[in-house]
Structure formats: structure tokens, C-alpha cells
Design a protein around this ligand. Structure first.
Ligand code: SAH
Ligand code: SF4
Length: 356
């Protein structure tokens, strides 16, 4: 039987699965059992769900499906970062990255999820932005990236450890808030203590500045971290670097962030890509201090990861530290993002849409 006519169970929360099981003439509690098999146990088929009666396993196999993205290829960086090329049901392809955290190599990973195939924002410096846009992902395809990556890691590292992935960042391909409902649905699945159980504070969503999404997130009562891709301190420059700025000016963006902070009392991160000779002068530092100091916020500097076909350059480390010190002296909380997976084009902004 082909999968198109079957019901996709991945992406359903526990309640929805219970309802589904009722609908197909079963007991509600079977939904809860199946929920655990799907999100906690990494089984490959209904037949492995050992506490489910045989007839029900067969019935499920006929009427439903749990399809996670297929890992077509993986590349491993010398720093342990892995980039997976994954294929979705409609054969579109995305990239997902897992990055080892901390000292103990291969103990805990951070997962970088894609939210769209390509990205419609088209930032001037980003490989994803220049490789076109195809469609948004469904929540099951985002959670699927998690399950598929965890399965692959367990297999490759020969570790049967369900908590191998401890952090999730929505920083792969795509603008998460252009796909708000599906992204948030996937967050709720990731954080469910009865399911995947990632700590809310271990999740970060990065937006290029979709103001409506920022305001909606403020209403969610979630403890996730919001990151804003700022990258410029005046509208003229930001219009060129992040075209979404032509829709929402910097003033509108900062006002939305201020609203978010007041509403949630949560600290926000401003990401700032460092482009040589473009946005890292003393003047830019002063503008950045003025803009960010009144807010409950950190700055995360990202020295540019060069993309072959784009003209931007990474600044020297002297310039990176100079800019860092200006900001620190100006009273900001600043970190510098360490480049991971650069040798396999898995660093921030290096993910491309891969055509078949
Ligand atoms: N689409 C989301 C997530 C992107 S990836 C967003 O734009 O916020 C996370 C960060 O990497 C963003 O701040 C993004 O602007 C930045 N980035 C994109 N391309 C980059 C590159 N080539 N080098 C360094 N950072 C880059
Ligand atoms: Fe899209 Fe983010 Fe890349 Fe901009 S930086 S093009 S928003 S993926």
C-alpha cells in the first residue's frame, strides 16, 4: 500500500493519538502507549511495539505511518560536528546539523533544525538565502529531524542513549516565524516530559526579525530562548543585509523585542554576524551599544563563515576581538560564537538547498 493514503502519526501529540486510536475503534490508552514508542523508543516499525496486541500492530501498519526523514548522506567534521542530508516524503531535501557540546566529546549534542526547504528571506550573506525557497516544513518533519538524527547518532556512536541530543536550536534553513504554527507545534512535542522531554531552556528559536512571530511567542508562556538576527545597526545597512528589514524597520523590531522582554521577563539574544569592512567599525559598535543596552539582552557575535559564491569576508581575529572589547566596555553582555563544522560546510549560514 502506498503511504499517501495512510494517516501520518508523527507530529500528533499524546491527546491527538488517543483520539485517533478511539476513532479507529481502540482504547484511548493505546494512544499513550504508541506515543511513547514513537517519541521515546526509536522503533522502526509498528511490529516492534511489543506491548501492543498483534492485530492492532497489523491494523496500524495498514492504515497509518510514522515517517521520519531519511538520512541520505552524512559528513563528519574534524570537530565532531555532523551534517545530515535528509530526504522528506516528497523527496525534497534539507540539511540538519548535530554539534557536540562541551569537553566530553560525543557525550551530548546540540541539534540544529531546518524549518523550511530553502528560505524566502534571502539575506545577502547566507548560502541558504541565495539557494531559493521551496516550501515550509510540517511539525512532523521538524520533530522527524530530531528522531532521525538521534537514531543515526545512536547507530554511529554505538550508544543506546536517549538523551544524546540535549539542546535544539531552530537555526537551520528557513525563517521559523514564516512557519510559526508548525514550528511551535514541534516545540511542544520536543518539550513534552511524557515524550522527547528536551528542557525548554535548552531550545532556541532564531528569527531574522518577523515582528508578528516575536509578539506571538511572547503570548505562548514558553521558556525557550528567542534569538534575533540583528546584523546591522541602521536601516540603510539592514535593508541590504536582511531584506525583511524593508517590511519591519529596526524601530519596529526593537519595539517588538522590548514587548517580548517585558511580557516574558526573559533575556533575548541578538546575533550579530561580523562581516569584514561592513558592520564592525567603531561607529557600528557605538550604535549597537545604544540600541541594546536598555534591553535585557546578550549579544552573540558570529564571525562570518565564508560562502564561496558570496563576496563577504571573515574579519581577522584582531578585528573580532577589537569589536568585542568595544561592546564589553560599552556595558553589553557579549559572547563570540565558536565556528563548528566549517570544514564540512555545516557552520551557520552554510546550508544549501540540494537539488536531486
Ligand atoms: N533563519 C534564521 C536562523 C539562521 S542561522 C535566522 O536568520 O535567524 C543562525 C544565524 O546565522 C543567523 O543569525 C544568521 O543570520 C547567521 N548566518 C547566516 N549566514 C551566515 C554565515 N555565512 N556566517 C555566519 N553567520 C551566518
Ligand atoms: Fe533565511 Fe536566516 Fe539565511 Fe536569512 S540568515 S536567508 S533568514 S536562513
Amino acid at each position: 500500500m502506498n503511504t499517501i493514503s495512510r494517516t501520518q502519526l508523527l507530529g500528533m501529540n499524546c491527546h491527538q493519538l488517543e483520539e485517533y486510536l478511539l476513532q479507529v475503534g481502540q482504547h484511548r490508552y493505546r494512544g499513550r502507549q504508541i506515543y511513547k514508542w514513537i517519541y521515546q523508543k526509536d522503533v522502526n516499525s509498528f511490529y516492534e511495539m511489543s506491548d501492543i496486541p498483534k492485530e492492532l500492530r497489523q491494523q496500524l501498519d495498514e492504515i497509518s505511518v510514522v515517517s521520519i526523514p531519511r538520512v541520505l548522506k552524512q559528513r563528519v567534521s574534524k570537530d565532531g560536528t555532523r551534517k545530515f542530508l535528509m530526504e522528506l516524503d516528497d523527496r525534497k531535501r534539507i540539511e540538519t546539523v548535530v554539534i557536540p557540546q562541551g569537553e566530553e566529546r560525543e557525550a551530548r549534542y546540540s541539534l540544529c533544525i531546518s524549518t523550511q526547504v530553502g528560505c524566502p528571506v534571502g539575506c545577502a550573506f547566507c548560502a541558504t538565502g541565495t539557494s531559493g525557497y521551496q516550501r515550509s516544513l510540517q511539525s512532523y518533519e521538524m520533530v522527524g529531524q530530531f528522531l532521525s538524527s538521534r537514531r543515526e547518532l545512536k547507530r554511529r556512536l554505538k550508544k543506546n542513549d536517549d538523551s544524546l541530543i540535549s539542546n535544539v536550536v531552530y537555526m537551520g534553513m528557513g525563517e521559523p516565524f514564516f512557519n510559526y504554527d508548525q514550528v511551535i507545534a514541534s516545540v511542544y512535542l520536543l518539550i513534552d516530559p511524557q515524550g522527547i522531554n528536551i528542557g525548554q531552556r535548552h531550545i532556541t528559536i532564531s528569527t531574522s526579525g518577523e515582528v508578528k512571530g516575536i509578539k506571538r511567542l511572547a503570548e505562548e508562556n514558553l521558556q525557550v530562548t528567542l534569538a534575533i538576527s540583528l546584523h546591522a545597526t541602521n536601516d540603510h545597512l539592514r535593508d541590504q543585509l536582511v531584506p525583511l528589514n524593508r517590511k519591519y524597520s529596526l524601530d519596529q523590531l526593537i519595539e517588538a523585542v522590548d514587548y517580548y522582554i517585558k511580557k516574558t521577563n526573559r533575556r533575548v539574544t541578538f546575533e550579530y554576524v561580523m562581516l569584514d569592512d561592513v558592520n564592525i567599525s567603531r561607529v557600528h559598535a557605538d550604535q549597537l551599544i545604544k540600541m541594546v543596552k536598555p534591553l535585557l539582552a546578550n549579544i552573540n557575535l558570529i564571525p562570518y563563515n565564508e560562502v564561496e559564491i558570496l563576496p563577504f569576508k571573515k574579519p581577522s581575529s584582531t578585528k573580532v576581538w577589537q569589536f568585542y572589547h568595544w561592546l564589553v566596555e560599552g556595558g553589553l553582555n557579549v559572547t563570540i560564537r565558536e565556528e563548528r563544522g566549517g570544514d564540512i560546510e555545516a557552520a551557520c549560514g552554510q546550508l544549501y538547498v540540494k537539488e536531486r
